[in-house]
Design a protein around this ligand. Structure first.
Ligand code: XMP
Ligand code: MG
Length: 186
């Protein structure tokens, strides 16, 4: 579908299912190489990262743990800038190689708060894999956040689909859409 309408708001196609899956294959290839003998602990940030996590980790060929955490920081299309932990993490990370799986890094606030809490457990390493990033939305104090495994870099526009929602709708689409009037198909 070239265009979708959620809560009366129009969104147009930004990344096709094929483009998304190609990026995921590239990330999976890098993870397969880098974490071959490390038995990584993947931490998926719900809800947005559910499809990314499922597609990516089906392509991971070595032993690994998969855990889920739920954080909230968004209301409508504007970041509230406050990350709130909803479902905690029941795993000890001391000495482990952790990879955080995110749908999108926007201001970076959610991720930076979460990384701070992970670091208190002294994992051996922490890296980030994110399907999307909006570098122009990053706040100054979060400019240093390095996303080692990245799908797409996008403008500061609101996107939905492939796990991401607009007030609850749109997560089910296998492709990504952008607010009408912004960006174009890649
Ligand atoms: P921050 O600003 O803390 O936000 O980096 C990260 C979280 O906000 C959500 N987010 C979006 N959700 N379309 C969405 O559906 C977007 O364009 C968007 N930008 C940020 C998302 O949950 C992310 O983890
Ligand atoms: Mg998210």
């Amino acid at each position: 579908m070239e265009e979708i309408c959620l809560h009366g708001k129009k969104f147009k196609l930004k990344f096709t299912e094929k483009a998304i899956q190609e990026k995921i294959q590239a990330i999976a290839a890098a993870l397969n190489k880098d974490y071959k003998d490390k038995q990584p602990v993947f931490i998926s940030v719900l809800n947005g990262a559910f499809l990314f996590t499922a597609d990516l980790l089906r392509l991971f060929k070595h032993d690994c743990e998969i855990h889920f955490i739920k954080l909230a920081s968004y209301a409508g299309t504007q970041s509230t800038g406050k990350a709130k932990e909803i479902i905690g993490l029941n795993v000890r990370l001391t000495g482990k190689h952790v990879v955080v799986l995110e749908d999108i890094v926007d201001t970076g606030k959610t991720l930076s708060d979460f990384l701070s809490s992970l670091k208190t457990q002294n994992p051996n390493s922490i890296e980030i894999a994110s399907l999307l990033t909006k570098p122009k939305a990053r706040t100054t104090e979060n400019k240093h956040l390095a996303i080692k495994y990245l799908g797409f870099e996008i403008e500061n526009d609101f996107v939905v689909g492939y796990g991401l929602d607009y007030d609850g709708l749109g997560r089910n689409y296998p492709m990504l859409y952008v607010e009408e009037g912004k960006g174009s198909v890649a």
